[in-house]
Every structure is written in C-alpha cells, then in structure tokens.
Design a protein around this ligand. Structure first.
Ligand SMILES: [Zn+2]
Length: 278
C-alpha cells in the first residue's frame, strides 16, 4: 500500500490545489481545537447571533471572555503548517486558500488572497452604523474602560473566548461604537445562527470548481459550512485529500487521508516538493 503522504505529494505536484483549512491547522500555534481529538471540552455553549444581539448580559460575558482571549490569539504566530501552505502558494501549486479559521495566521505566514469563510477576529463591526474597525483599537478602549480587569484565561477556544468566573464578568464594562455612540459592537466573525455572506460562499464554490485537488487541512468537517465544499468537489469528480488528526465527516469522499500532526506532515510535503517550492 503506497504511503499516503507520497500519494499526496504526487497530486499536489500537479498544481491547481484549493486548500480548505480548519481549527486543527492552528492548534500548533496554541489555539485549541475544541472539536479535535486533543481539544479541551468547550465549557460554554457557543454564542449564537440571536443571543448576542438580544441579550446585553450575554454580550457582556462574551466581551469579557474575548478581551482575555484576545491577549492569546492576538499574540499567536503561524506554525509550520501555515508556512508550508504559503510556500506551496508561492511555488504556484496552491491557487486558492479558503479557511474556516478567524485567526489570520495564513496571511501572517505570507499567504495571499485568503478567503475567510467565517471572518476575522481582528476586526470589529458596529451593528448600528456598520463601521468596521481594528480589534486593536477596541482592545485599547476596553483596557481604558476596565483598568483593574486582570483576570487570567484558564483556557481559550478558537472563537477567542476564555474561561472567566462570574464575579470578573459582573464588573466588566463593554463599550459601544465610538462613532455612532450607541451601536452594539460585534467581532467581524460569523456566529452560530448566522449565515456566511452568499458572495463569500460563491467565491469558495468557484475556487473549488476550478481546482484539480481540494486539500482539506485540519478540519473535522463537522459543520456544513465547510463540508459542502467537499461534497461539491466529489460531485464534480475533483479528488479530495484530507490531512487531519482523527476521523472527519468527509472521509468517505477522500481519495487520500493523512492522519498525522499538521505541522510535521505539511512541512514534509513542502520539503518533498522543494524543487518547486522557493
Ligand atoms: Zn456605530
């Protein structure tokens, strides 16, 4: 039986690769994958768009946790897996990078034209006036509004939440939009219960349809927002390769499955293609 990584190398060497990445690609950067085999169990139910917009107490809790979590996510650095994807793109083998991650680490590694399916945690949008601002600006405003807020995160999940006790949450003061003064601020990410903007989905379908290989990296494909691209590739007869630790809900469609740590596997892949990779 051929080594799956060698088989993957042969397919990637032909170029025309569309990458679809998930939380498992960022775990080696210190951002836990709560769905993966080594991920810490999620303590809280994920925030839904409906709860966030209707419930001021839930928003306070969200921003208190997120304020702590940002100190980790804001400092996270790309790992060997992100570096390998960027190198394969520079070599002309990867045409499209689609990600379910909101951490911006593909771009930090040098990848270009990344489609962020679920947005990016480094931006904030006002639900009142629509203005988008950098998360760093909000971080400064939150620090100023909460000068004694020194709670530490016990754990951080990929959405940037952190565990905090209720007493710390109770004294946290969120802030509203600095421009319209009353608008509710929301991270510019797609919450549960919220749809990915259709033009973004179309862009991803177009990239998958134009690909010679769909390469899934570190996603268990649990949610349809990512799995639908695997289904589309399979329908079009485009081979699907999956590099992930543990089973995924796309395994039945995979031509090649590599079950290995992402950084090691992708570094080996880029290395084996080094004649093509600058
Ligand atoms: Zn506003």
């Amino acid at each position: 039986m051929p080594d799956p990584l060698s088989a993957l190398r042969d397919l990637v060497a032909e170029g025309g690769v569309a990458v679809l990445s998930g939380a498992g690609l960022s775990t080696e950067s210190g951002i836990p994958d709560y769905r993966g085999p080594t991920g810490a169990a999620r303590t809280y139910a994920p925030m839904t768009y409906q709860t966030f917009t209707r419930d001021a107490a839930a928003r306070r809790r969200y921003w208190a946790r997120s304020h702590v979590g940002w100190q980790v996510i804001g400092r996270a650095a790309p790992n060997a897996g992100h570096q390998a994807v960027a190198a394969l793109q520079r070599a002309g083998l990867v045409d499209a990078v689609l990600t379910q991650n909101v951490d911006g680490l593909h771009q930090a590694a040098g990848a270009r034209d990344v489609v962020e399916l679920h947005g990016n945690i480094d931006r904030v949008v006002c639900l009142g006036c629509g203005q988008t601002t950098p998360r760093g600006d909000l971080d400064q405003r939150l620090r100023a509004a909460n000068p004694t807020f020194a709670a530490l995160a016990a754990a951080v999940n990929p959405d940037g939440d952190a565990d905090l006790d209720d007493a710390a949450v109770a004294v946290f003061r969120p802030v509203d939009c600095a421009r319209c003064r009353s608008g509710v601020l929301k991270p510019d990410v797609v919450f549960f219960g919220e749809s990915v903007p259709p033009e973004r989905v179309d862009r991803c379908f177009a990239a998958v349809g134009a690909a010679r290989l769909l390469l899934v990296l570190g996603s268990s494909l649990t949610v349809m927002s990512g799995r639908r691209f695997v289904l589309r590739a399979a329908k079009l007869g485009i081979p699907v390769a999956i590099v992930n630790q543990g089973p995924t809900r796309g395994d039945a469609y995979a031509t090649i499955k590599v079950d290995a740590p992402l950084g090691t596997a992708l570094q080996a892949l880029a290395h084996s293609l080094r004649s093509s990779v600058p």
